[in-house]
Design a protein around this ligand. Structure first.
Ligand SMILES: [Fe+2]
Length: 391
């Protein structure tokens, strides 16, 4: 087979504890007016946002607080915030800064896309599988991503996941133009995350690293990123869960999450993410928790299809060599099972509020972009069986 691939990533990544204090001059390199989207009210109350606005003003960047979002973004959120942006008369020299988890960063990406296409009727036009298939053909305002949760990797991806409850869906807008132009990862921002959020978001990153390494569209650079991100991530997540103030553990997880975003954006995902989208929209299970629950099931289902890759993953996760590929692959799976136990994450769907009657609907709505990357074909019937067994 000839070696051929493409790889796209954010234009500039600045990583390190305390680096948020350089945001003023970093943003000033991109523009002179910044619209800020904040990912939670807690973050607003923490004083971090006030400091950010001061940093921007000191660097002669006009700063305007656009919105705060405390949930995964809905179609209505995107259209409302895009309306707010349009009222400001976007112009060259504007940037949109998203500081928060994946929700804030996804909202920013979706908003700049809608704002760049005033003729569109809103975000639904752009969403895969539900909209009119409108492409992002114009250059958008640059997005600056400042992740605070060490999980989704959205700071390094070209898609935004948008949900709707009427009708019910969770779909992506996707375009190379939505890749953030600047990413500033400051692991100190995650120091105050509560243990349950640390666990769920960390499991999202680990799931992304594993799924991108075995995806049907797997490629050399994402594989290298995945193995690098996985080594050390399990130990670091355990420490960060037990002692949120451990900066070294927060650094390892922030780095793993960033790599997971770069990996998935260039390889695709699989079964766990396919079902996670359906669990989110039908049972309101948070994305990270849904990934965590699905990960061991997806690994078991795919194990024999990608034994070589799973053996490499097993060695990265367990930190040692094994006599056979199968033993290494199994070691990876049992490391993940042990991690879920330590993070006190239930592996039963009923504990997440899923009813048995929802299973056929979940199986039906799991199909989509992520599932199409799964290395082994999975039918709706097989999905029903897998979900019933974990109910
Ligand atoms: Fe994810």
């Amino acid at each position: 087979m000839p070696l051929t691939y493409e790889f796209a990533a954010p234009r500039r990544i600045v990583f390190g504890s305390g680096k948020r204090r350089e945001l003023g001059k970093l943003v000033a390199d991109l523009g002179d007016r910044a619209f800020v989207i904040v990912g939670s009210r807690t973050l607003m109350a923490s004083g971090e946002i006030g400091e950010l606005l001061t940093l921007l003003q000191t660097a002669r960047v006009d700063a305007i607080l656009l919105d705060t979002i405390s949930r995964e973004p809905l179609v209505t959120d995107v259209n409302r915030v895009a309306g707010l942006l349009k009222q400001q008369g976007p112009r060259a020299g504007d940037v949109v800064i998203a500081i928060g988890g994946g929700s804030a960063i996804d909202l920013a990406k979706a908003v700049v896309a809608v704002a760049a296409h005033p003729e569109s009727e809103g975000i639904v036009d752009f969403l895969e599988g539900v909209g009119r298939g409108v492409a992002v053909t114009r250059e958008t305002l640059p997005v600056v991503a400042v992740p605070t949760t060490a999980g989704t990797g959205s700071e390094a991806t070209r898609n935004a996941v948008i949900s709707s409850y009427e009708p019910t869906f969770k779909k992506s807008i996707r375009s190379e133009r939505l890749l953030p132009k600047l990413v500033v990862v400051d692991p100190e921002l995650a120091l105050s995350l509560p243990p349950a959020v640390t666990a769920a978001t960390g499991m999202d990153a680990i799931t992304q690293l594993i799924e991108s390494a075995v995806s049907r569209r797997r490629a050399p650079i994402p594989m290298a990123l995945a193995l690098s991100g996985l080594s050390g991530a399990v130990a670091a997540l355990r420490v960060a869960f037990l002692d949120g103030s451990n900066l070294a553990a927060r650094e390892t997880m922030a780095h793993a999450a960033l790599l997971s975003g770069m990996a998935l954006a260039n390889s695709g995902l699989g079964l766990a993410h396919g079902v996670a989208a359906a669990l989110g929209v039908h049972a309101q299970v948070s994305h990270g928790l849904a990934c965590a629950v699905m990960l061991p099931v997806a690994m078991r289902f795919n194990l024999t299809t990608c034994e070589t890759e799973f053996a490499q993953i097993g060695e990265a996760l367990s930190g040692r060599e094994w006599p056979t590929r199968r033993a290494a692959a199994e070691a990876g799976l049992s490391t993940i099972e042990g991690l879920l136990f330590d993070l006190r994450i239930s592996r039963r769907l009923r504990d997440l509020g899923v009813t048995e009657e929802q299973i056929p609907q979940l199986a039906r709505d799991s199909k989509g972009n992520s599932l199409s990357g799964n290395p082994r074909d999975v039918s709706e019937g097989e999905l029903c069986e897998l979900l019933a067994a974990m109910w």
